[in-house]
Design a protein around this ligand. Sequence first.
Ligand SMILES: NC(=O)c1ccc[n+]([C@@H]2O[C@H](COP(=O)([O-])OP(=O)(O)OC[C@H]3O[C@@H](n4cnc5c(N)ncnc54)[C@H](O)[C@@H]3O)[C@@H](O)[C@H]2O)c1
Length: 322
Amino acid sequence: MIRVLLVGVGGMGSCHLDCWRRMDDVEIAGICDVFPGRAAEKALPGEAVFTDMDDALATLTDLDIVDIATPSYLHRELSCKSLARGIHTVCEKPLALSKEDGEAVFNAAEKAGVFFMTAQVVRFMKPYLALREMVKESRFGNVLRARFNRISGTPRWSWENWMKDEKKSGGVPFDLSIHDVDYIVSVFGKPDRVEKTRAVYREDDRLTDAYRADLMYGDACISAEAGWYSGAMPFSATFTVVFEQAVVSFDGVALHVYHADGESEEIDLTTDSNAISGINITSGDGYFEELSYFKRCVQTNTAPTAVPKEEVLCVLSLAEHE
Ligand SMILES: NC(=O)c1ccc[n+]([C@@H]2O[C@H](COP(=O)([O-])OP(=O)(O)OC[C@H]3O[C@@H](n4cnc5c(N)ncnc54)[C@H](O)[C@@H]3O)[C@@H](O)[C@H]2O)c1
C-alpha cells in the first residue's frame, strides 16, 4: 500500500482525493487543511485529520507520498517541508510564483534524494497526448501556427479569495495560462522568443484578467490565450493547430483532423491507440493519470520524467516579468 498525505482539500484537493481513492493500492493516511472542519468533512473512518502540516508530518511517520494542493503561494514552503522529511512529493501547478522558488523545490528534492513532480495535468490529457504524437511524428508535416485557448469566469470559490490576489496566485499568467504554456514547451521546446500582452481590469470585487503569450519558433507562432472574465463564462479549453497538410482542432469535447485534401475525421479518444506516449499513459482522465503515474514512479523507484525540471523552470521564467 502507498500511504498518502493530502495537504489542502479545497477544489483541486477534493479532485485529487477522489483520484487517490480510486486506486486500489493507495491508502489515505491523512488529510490536512487549515480550514476548520474541512479535512474531517472529507475524511473516511481511519484517515487522520490535521489543520497543520507540521503536525501531520510529525504524526504520520510512514508516508510514501505527500500531495500538495494548497494555494499556489504556499507551494514552495510546503513542498520543501515534505521533501526535507525525505518524502516523495507531488504538488499542484504552478510549482511556484517565480523561477527562483521553483528551483528551490527541485534543489530540496535533489538534496533529499526523493522524487518531486509538478502536477501539470494537461500533459496527461488524451486530446493533448494525441496532438503531441501528431507533432512529434510530423504526421501532417510541420506546424505553421497554433492557438491554445483557456477561458473561465473569474474564480469566486477560492479560500480567502486568494486566487484574485496577484501576489498569491500570480494571476492568469501563473494560474491559468501556465497549463498551455507548459504544454507548448513540452511539445515544441524552449521558444526563440516570446511576446506577451495582458489586460487587467478591477472594479469593486470584480476582476478581468486577459493574457496572451505568443511563443515564437522561427516563423511559427504558437499562441496561448487565457482569461478570467468577470461574467459567468463557462470554462473552456480548446486548440487549433495548423499543420502543412491538415488542421487539427479540439473544441473541448472532440478532436478533429481536417485534411488538406478535403477529408476530415474525428479522432477516437476512448481508446489508448491515439494517446500513445513515452510516459506510458493508459486510459482515464488526466488527474487520475498524473497521480497514478507519480505513484507508479514511487512504487518502481523510477524517477518521474513526465514533467522535467528544465521545462518547469523554463515555463516559470516565461510567466515572470509581465
Ligand atoms: N490542475 C488544475 O486543473 C487546477 C485547477 C484548479 C486549481 N489548481 C491549483 O490547485 C491549487 C489549489 O487550488 P484550489 O482551487 O483547490 O483552491 P481552494 O481555495 O479551493 O483550496 C485550497 C485549500 O487549501 C487549504 N489551505 C490553505 N492553506 C493551507 C495550509 N497551509 N495547509 C493546509 N491547507 C491549506 C484551504 O483551506 C483550502 O481548503 C492551486 O495551486 C491551484 O493553482 C489546479
